[in-house]
Write a protein that binds this ligand. Sequence first.
Ligand SMILES: Nc1ncnc2c1ncn2[C@@H]1O[C@H](COP(=O)(O)OP(=O)(O)OP(=O)(O)O)[C@@H](O)[C@H]1O
Length: 276
Amino acid sequence: MAIPSSARVIKADSQSDIPVTGRSVGPVFRPVPPDVPDAIDIRGVTFRYGEQVILDSVDFQVGAREIVGLIGPNGGGKSTLLKLVLGLLKPVSGCVQVLGKSPSAAARHIGYVPQFANFVKRFPIRVEDVVLMGRQGRSRHWGPWPRADREAIEAVLEEVDISHLRRRHIDALSGGQLQRVLIARALAAEPRLLLLDEPTASVDSDGERSLFELFHRLANRMSVVVISHDLGFISDYVDRVACLNRQMVIHDTEALTADSIEKLYGDHVHMIHHHH
Ligand SMILES: Nc1ncnc2c1ncn2[C@@H]1O[C@H](COP(=O)(O)OP(=O)(O)OP(=O)(O)O)[C@@H](O)[C@H]1O
């Protein structure tokens, strides 16, 4: 079923009677001009690897300056969905639009933080040089980075709270610190859409809370999609939770509380096993 792009909150029928008991973080003020297109508009998308159907008629919209949590079991298709948004994969059928354009046309406005495990940490490079790599698509130059780019990353290093690590080699960082460096690299590109693939996988719970607070703040100026296995945190900081297990079900997070999450998904909020 196609979902109109104006529908920001779509409740799964089985979840629509979950009681609303409030969120720990209030809604942020995010005025969006009426003519701004959805950051992501996916309609009727089916994707296969060979014969294996990974996404089956998926509809998914993310509005301008909306923050959406993407959850689901291992192998449910979350990373695949992000790769379709990035234009790295093409659907077998259906349509993917990003910021009102094709994914490839919108690519320079997308910030992507890949799964931490895929990052080669032993590369001999300093934090600030990794973050400067995020400027690559915005700036053409030979030799040393222009002053404008160096200045642009100052604010980002500060925002992500890693200014003090700028000269450190990345192989001397903790997992949580490196995660922040990768987020800073994505932000250095000044994206309008930020995609984060399990950005809190390698951080402790204090670090996780502070990262989700950052994502929540970032949604004041960009759209954010964050993959996580931790429903407990997600529900405090996002507008909606999208659950992907080959098909998509969307929850209104105002209706999700720790209790309702437990009722829906069991005690193991880190391990989500459910079938639509
Ligand atoms: N390049 C590939 N070729 C073939 N199959 C693939 C490829 N990449 C992923 N898959 C399969 O597609 C399915 C979905 O993978 P995907 O990485 O999108 O899941 P996910 O929801 O992100 O999982 P996780 O939570 O474990 O990261 C899995 O069964 C995976 O094995």
